[in-house]
Design a protein around this ligand. Structure first.
Ligand code: MF3
Ligand code: CO
Length: 266
């Protein structure tokens, strides 16, 4: 595992914040009728205008700059020409390389009115991310993060925790050690040391945990067709309290100011 210096953490914060700023622009533009290809273009342009590189593009052949995962799509959804509509939920996941350092985070937006159970799924998934982050402190283990997320979502609310995809270390590479599952046992796995940077990313299904990959080789969907929610933060392990490098507050402010987005759950 690669532990960063304070100067490197500061640079990673810049990268993470650029993703947050990009997702803030997304929060301003989303409305019924927006297509995820329009979102892809906005994100790619915004990142390039800020002297950074959209990191997902051509990563293992991935053909877009963002992942746009609508409703039953768990993650890695391809942006397309379908208009978003009232009642959709969409996770926008974006990665950048800024001055050689990766930022990688995601936020799920709700377009207009959705079923109460979907609103609750969004709320609980976001909460579970923070429950996991609380455990990202020195001398805890990866399993403590994993357990906290699974506890809040699966055991407390009966949701499906996706097993096939996990969070990860982040740094000069998009995916570094360790893997950070959203399920596991307390007190197991790698021990966390100061300045390990992690992308923690619960992927939580309203129904069963089972997923499959489309014939496009990327799009991951729930088997039962029920919705799935994805939130992701970049986090630096510290002694008493994890340092969150990305920033939801600017995204949330823009989301609250957009009448077409549903923020009634927080
Ligand atoms: N947040 C996702 C991950 O950590 C996004 C990767 S999408 C890809 O794996 F296109 F870059 F693969
Ligand atoms: Co990630």
């Amino acid at each position: 595992m690669i532990h960063k210096t304070e100067a490197e953490v500061a640079m990673m914060k810049e990268a993470a914040l650029l993703v947050s700023k990009t997702l803030t622009e997304v929060a301003k533009m989303l409305k019924p009728g927006t297509t995820t290809l329009q979102v892809d273009k906005l994100c790619a342009d915004f990142v390039k205008d800020h002297k950074a590189i959209p990191s997902f593009y051509q990563y293992r052949g991935y053909p877009f700059h963002i992942c746009a995962s609508v409703n039953d799509v768990v993650v890695h959804g391809f942006p397309n020409n379908t208009a978003l509509k009232e009642g959709d939920i969409v996770s926008i996941d974006m990665g950048v390389i800024l001055n050689g350092w990766h930022g990688d985070h995601a936020y799920t937006f709700i377009i207009g009115e959705v079923a109460p159970e979907v609103l609750q799924l969004v709320k609980i998934t976001k909460e579970s991310l923070y429950k996991g982050i609380e455990k990202a402190i020195v001398n805890n283990r990866v399993g403590d993060i994993a357990f906290a997320i699974q506890e809040h979502t699966e055991r407390k609310h009966g949701y499906g925790v996706v097993r096939e995809l996990v969070g990860h270390g982040l740094g000069r590479e998009l995916h570094e050690d360790p893997q950070v599952p959203n399920y596991g046992k307390r007190g197991t796995g790698a021990k966390l040391k100061e300045n390990l940077v992690l992308a923690i990313e619960p992927m939580i299904n309203l129904g069963s945990k089972d997923v499959f990959t489309d014939e496009d080789g990327w799009t991951v969907r729930t088997r039962d067709g029920k919705p799935s929610v994805h939130f992701e933060h970049d986090v630096c392990v510290k002694r008493n309290k994890a340092l969150i490098l990305s920033d939801y507050s600017i995204i949330e402010a823009a989301e609250k100011a957009n009448p077409d987005l549903n923020t009634s759950y927080y």
